[in-house]
Design a protein around this ligand. Structure first.
Ligand code: FPP
Length: 282
């Protein structure tokens, strides 16, 4: 948090928003569905790829701000398993942009101590893209700051399938298949995000109310924040506003709100509820 305040020039609005945040209640992990690059381009009569190129500037700004805030992890949805359905020209352009981003941003990732990891079915990516991702991951592996997950050729369902198949494969290799019982902990520890906390906050830009096969297991209790802002227009200000909104939420994880908890003792509460239900307790 201190790093972020240092980076904001005095008198800027972002400084005033950041000052309202409680540094002790920041999300540990933020996940973002970066949507709206195409619409941003269409509004300007630009080709779609220019929208994606403009999206890279937001990736840089938001990643840097999250690292300066001291978040543990940021996961960005860059390419889904479904995105192969787009025209070949757009898909190939996205690979070119990703390689350009990785080369250009490596010094900034190092300066901000960010550890970059690509998650998804990476073996299906073009070889030069795999090589560039591996190079950036190796170079940043020892960084001790925020973990940046780039979800590429990623699908929430395929991730769960990969986890379950890996568990089965391990059990088979160890000769334990006949007694195998899969629990939640086993699945979590075989996901691409193993070892990381689940996202506390899922942001989606450009207004669609969907989760689009993103981190399906991990977002079970995430707070959702959807903004109409298109991804290339999503700035540090919008990020800070999303965090403020998050801090005003009450997270109950399936329990009760503090206001809804009984103030009377359990026995009289049971009686009261029985009367209200007009049903005998069995
Ligand atoms: C969704 O917008 C965006 C994508 C499918 C790609 C996201 C890519 C970037 C932000 C740039 C490259 C990424 C990195 C990490 C360097 P859309 O095309 O679906 O927009 P639309 O819904 O308005 O058409």
């Amino acid at each position: 948090m201190k790093e972020l305040l240092k980076a904001i020039p005095p008198g800027e609005r972002d400084g005033r928003i950041a000052a309202q945040l409680d540094p002790k209640c920041l999300p540990a992990h933020v996940a973002i569905i970066m949507d709206g690059n195409g619409r941003w381009a269409r509004q300007r009569n630009y080709p779609r790829l220019l929208g994606h190129k403009a999206g890279i500037a937001s990736v840089k700004t938001i990643t840097e701000a999250c690292a300066q805030l001291g978040l543990e992890a940021l996961t960005l949805y860059a390419f889904s398993v479904e995105n192969w359905k787009r025209p070949r020209h757009e898909v190939e352009g996205l690979w070119r942009l990703l390689r350009y981003y990785l080369r250009r941003e490596l010094p900034n990732l190092m300066r901000n101590e960010i550890q970059l990891v690509a998650i998804g079915r990476l073996e299906l990516l073009p070889t030069p893209v795999q090589a560039e991702l591996q190079y950036a991951a190796e170079k940043t592996a020892k960084n001790r700051g925020m973990r940046l997950n780039l979800a590429i050729n990623y699908g929430g369902r395929t991730e769960i399938l990969d986890a379950v198949n890996a568990i089965i494969e391990n059990a088979r290799a160890e000769g334990n298949l006949d007694v195998l019982e899969i629990n939640e902990e086993a699945i979590s520890s075989h996901l691409y995000t193993a070892g990381l906390k689940d996202p506390d906050l899922l942001i989606r830009t450009s207004g669609e109310m969907r989760v689009s096969n993103f981190l399906l297991w991990q977002i079970a209790y995430a707070e959702l924040y959807v903004t109409d802002t298109l991804w290339p227009d999503f700035t540090r200000t919008q990020l800070l506003e999303a965090l403020l909104d998050y801090q005003n939420r009450e997270r109950r994880f399936g329990g009760l709100s503090r206001n809804a908890l009984p103030s009377v003792d359990g026995a009289s509460l049971l009686l009261e509820e029985e009367e209200a239900l007009e049903l005998p307790l069995v």
